[in-house]
Design a protein around this ligand. Structure first.
Ligand code: HEC
Length: 421
């Protein structure tokens, strides 16, 4: 076996071991323990295997690439305060190759995150391990194919994102009735280890979310602590007006040497269309514009020249977790213009790894109403709100989302009540 294979095997073993430990813990604790949850408390979370599959044939400048992705996500809650979470992405970009023009290519493997989260208190979560760098919002929130509105990465995506190896502090604070602030501070060490590549950086992100307006704005700052010690700066904004099934999102990134750019997208669900309702409800139309201006050096995955791109997409949500899509766009660069097309589908799966039975927590009608309200405000911000799974699976997902979405304790408690009734 090559060293890389040994590494990925030992990684898998570690995850399996942890699943085993969590599973054993799960069955070793009868519900009659003094501190076991009674039916009035949240159901105990269990490990889950989730993730996504996607097939995205993409034509750029006429040449097709058959992008095929599978990315398992493992979430292992340990008690109420710890979560182990991980995602590995396997991506094959298959292109036509001479002499016979058959499709071929390599499958890239990437451990995108593998971290331990410690929910210290309601405002602080500490994470260690490999994590998604919280620079802007795309990397952490929108990256999975079942979530993203456009299947191609934003042009500025390589600036400041990817994965880091180190530690992070983050959290959400209900600062006022209509204001949640969220923050993340992180440090990453440099690494050349296969599948664990990372830059030595230090950075932070600060955001303000106004739940009534469903509006978030945020800033990101990052200092590269190697090479030319570049500073990177980012802005992100997201707005889902209550009156319309519309998502507006934008990001801007500046890096002294790599370049600057932005993307702006609007996605509209045809819920309000009067005819052909069952189909229209599931249809989303979207447009995105982006620009990139190359800096002194540019960067590996960034476009090699200035570039402007405009795209349109149609997404069709077949059922929970499954969508089909198509998009068309054009890129303008000083070196020439080209078209970009995609079609395909993405599917999110979720398998419980443990006993799923549990009593739903007791809830008053007021709590249910408030829970539903908070579910509507929070759970459709990044992806289509999922259907209900069993109480213990839902409990795991909400723990996972709590870390990801920086929800407050109260949000989590009430949403869980609503989701498990
Ligand atoms: C800030 C963005 C964001 C918000 C808000 C959010 N999610 Fe998610 N959710 C994600 C991302 C990103 C993933 C995919 C995780 C991955 O692939 O690494 C995900 C995955 C999931 C999954 C699949 C299982 C898992 O844990 O990965 C479920 C179920 C889910 N979310 C439910 C919810 C619920 C319920 C809420 C409301 C409490 C919610 N989400 C709010 C971003 C979000």
């Amino acid at each position: 076996m090559k060293l890389a294979q040994v590494r990925s095997c030992s990684w898998l073993l570690a995850v399996l071991l942890l699943i085993g430990i969590a599973g054993a813990q799960d069955s070793a604790q009868p519900t009659s323990l003094p501190n076991a949850p009674s039916s009035s408390e949240a159901p105990r979370p269990i490990p889950i295997l989730s993730g996504y599959l996607a097939f995205v044939p993409t034509w750029e400048g006429g040449d097709p690439t058959l992008v095929s992705i599978i990315a398992p996500v493992v979430v292992i809650p340990i008690g109420d305060h710890f979560v182990i979470e991980s995602r590995v992405e396997l991506e094959g970009d298959f292109v036509r190759r001479p002499p016979d023009n058959s499709f071929g290519g390599q499958v890239g493997q990437d451990v995108q995150y593998a971290q331990l989260d410690w929910i210290v208190n309601q405002n602080v979560t500490a994470s260690a391990g490999r994590y998604l760098v919280p620079f802007g919002m795309f990397n952490e929130r929108l990256y999975p194919n079942w979530i993203r509105v456009f299947q191609t990465d934003p042009l500025i995506f390589p600036i400041g994102t990817g994965s880091g190896d180190g530690a992070m502090l983050r959290g959400g604070i209900a600062a006022a009735a209509d204001l949640n602030v969220n923050y993340a501070l992180y440090f990453s060490a440099a690494s050349n280890a296969d599948k664990f590549e990372a830059e030595r950086v230090f950075g932070g992100r600060f955001g303000m979310f106004f739940p009534n307006q469903r509006l978030e704005i945020g800033v990101s700052l990052q200092r590269l602590l190697q090479g030319d010690e570049e500073m990177r700066f980012g802005l992100h904004g997201e707005w889902q007006p209550r009156a319309l099934p519309l998502d507006i999102r934008a990001e801007f990134a500046h890096a002294r040497d790599e370049g600057d750019g932005y993307w702006l997208e609007g996605a509209y669900r045809l819920e309000q269309v009067r005819f052909w309702r069952p189909v229209m409800r599931k249809t989303q139309l979207a447009a995105r514009v982006q620009q990139f201006w190359i800096g002194k050096t540019g960067g590996g995955e960034l476009p090699g020249t200035d570039a402007t791109r405009a795209e349109f997409a149609l997404n069709y949500f077949i059922r929970d977790g499954l969508k089909a899509f198509a998009s068309a766009g054009r890129t303008w660069t000083p070196a020439g213009d080209s078209n970009i097309w995609t079609v395909g589908f993405a599917y999110r799966f979720l398998v419980p790894l443990g006993h799923t039975s549990a009593a739903a927590p007791a809830a008053t009608p007021d709590e249910l109403l408030e829970g539903e309200q908070r579910f509507r405000t929070n759970c459709g911000r990044c992806h289509m709100p999922p259907h209900k799974f069993g109480p213990r699976v839902m409990s795991t997902a909400v723990h996972h989302m709590r870390v990801r979405a920086m929800l407050t304790d109260e949000d989590m408690r009430l949403i869980l009540k609503f989701l498990t009734q």
